[in-house]
Design a binder for this molecule. Structure first.
Ligand code: PMV
Length: 325
C-alpha cells in the first residue's frame, strides 16, 4: 500500500551541535525548536515485490549516489523493524519557497520515517517515529512534532523528541533572511564533528547549552518572546563560536549575515523584540512578533531585497495518510 506523510521543517532555538554516538545519532546537548508552517516535505512510499533496488525521486528527479544510499540505509532500518525484505519506491517533494536555501534534512527524514514505517506495515507512535527519524538526521527527531519541541540526549531508546507546546496560540514568527541559497560547503555532520573534536570551546558549549534548557522552557511557557530570543541568539552565537575556534577554523556566517544580526541588535535598541539565529549556513532567521513585520522588513531592505525575506509561523505535527500526494 502507498502511504504519504507531510512533515514540516523546524528551526532550533537551542541547537544540536555534536554527537555522543555517531552511529545511532545521539546528541551532546538538549535542543529545542520551533516547527514551521511554511516549509515542509511530502513523501510517498510503497514497498514493491517487483523492485530489485530502492528507488528515490526528489522534486521529479531520480536521485543516485550518496543521497540515495542514505535513503536506502534508512529504509534498511525500517525493513528490519518490520521484518520484511522488499525494496521501496520513495517519491518526495520539498515545499520550500524557491531560493530559500532551507532544503532541510529535518522534514525529509521525518516524512520518510512516517511514510516508510506505515507502508512497511508498522504502526508507530509519535515517539517511536521520532526515534526512527533520528537515525536519518538528528534534527528530524523534532520535526515529528508541531510547535515547540525538544530532543534530549540519552541512549537509543531514550534519546527522542517530545512536544513542549504543540499548538502555539500566541504571536511569534520566524523570518528567514536568505543570504545564499547554494548548498553549504561544510555540511552539518562534518561541521559539528570537527568543532567537537578540535575546538577548545566545545566543552563550554555543552555546559552553557545545557544550562539554557530550563530557562528556555520557562520562557516558552510564559510566552516571553524577549527571553526566548535572547537565549536563542546567544545559543546560536556560542554554537558558531565552536566553529570559528576549531582547528583549522571554519565559518558559516558571511559579512551579510553579520549585517542582518547587527540590524536585529539595532532594532532592539529601539525597543523592537527581534533576535537572530543561524544554522549550518549563512542565512539568518529572525525571531519576532508578527506585529513588527513591516518595521523589520524596512530595516532589512538596506541589506537584502524583499523577495529574500520569507516569513513563517508555528507549524503542525506530522500527518500520515493512505494513498499518494
Ligand atoms: O540534523 P542535522 O544533521 O542536519 O543537523 C542540524 C544542525 C543544526 O541545524 C545547525 C542545528 C539543529 O539543531 O537543527
Amino acid at each position: 500500500m502507498h502511504f504519504t506523510a507531510r512533515a514540516h521543517t523546524n528551526i532550533a532555538l537551542l541547537k544540536y551541535w555534536g554527537k555522543v554516538d555517531t552511529e545511532i545519532i545521539t546528541p551532546t546537548t538538549t535542543s529545542i525548536s520551533l516547527t514551521l508552517d511554511e516549509f515542509y516535505t511530502d513523501t510517498t512510499v510503497w514497498f514493491d515485490e517487483k523492485l530489485n533496488a530502492d528507488q528515490f525521486v526528489l522534486d521529479n528527479e531520480t536521485v543516485t549516489g550518496h543521497a540515495m544510499q542514505k535513503v536506502s540505509r534508512f529504509l534498511d532500518i525500517v525493513r528490519q523493524q518490520a521484518g520484511i525484505q522488499t525494496y521501496a519506491s520513495v517519491i518526495s517533494t520539498n515545499h520550500v519557497p524557491t531560493a530559500a536555501g532551507l532544503a532541510s534534512s529535518a522534514s525529509a527524514f521525518a516524512a520518510l520515517a512516517g511514510a516508510a514505517s506505515k507502508a512497511a506495515g508498522l504502526d508507530l507512535t509519535l515517539t517511536e517515529l521520532s526515534r526512527l527519524a533520528r537515525h536519518g538526521s538528528g534534527s528530524a527527531t523534532r520535526s515529528i512534532f508541531g510547535g515547540f519541541a525538544q530532543w534530549t540526549p540519552g541512549n537509543d531508546l531514550t534519546s527522542v523528541g517530545s512536544p513542549l507546546v504543540s499548538d502555539v496560540d500566541w504571536p511569534i514568527q520566524l523570518m528567514t533572511v536568505v543570504i545564499n541559497d547554494q548548498p553549504k560547503k561544510v555540511g552539518s555532520r562534518a561541521g559539528m564533528q570537527h568543532a567537537m573534536e578540535t575546538s577548545p570551546f566545545y566543552d563550554l558549549w555543552v555546559n552553557t547549552a545545557n544550562q539554557q534548557v530550563n530557562a528556555m522552557i520557562k520562557a516558552i511557557q510564559n510566552h516571553d518572546l524577549n527571553t526566548i530570543g535572547q537565549i536563542a541568539e546567544s545559543n546560536a552565537l556560542q554554537m558558531h563560536a565552536t566553529n570559528t575556534t576549531a582547528v583549522p577554523p571554519f565559518n558559516y556566517l558571511t559579512d551579510k549575515s553579520w549585517e542582518v544580526i547587527l540590524i536585529a541588535q539595532q532594532l532592539r535598541q529601539q525597543g523592537i523584540p527581534v533576535y537572530a539565529t543561524m544554522d549550518a549556513g549563512p542565512n539568518v532567521k529572525l525571531i519576532s512578533n508578527p506585529c513588527d513585520t513591516e518595521t523589520i522588513k524596512n530595516a532589512l531592505l538596506s541589506v537584502v531585497s524583499e523577495d529574500k525575506i520569507i516569513n513563517a509561523h508555528p507549524g503542525p505535527e506530522i500527518k500520515i495518510s493512505a494513498g499518494d500526494i
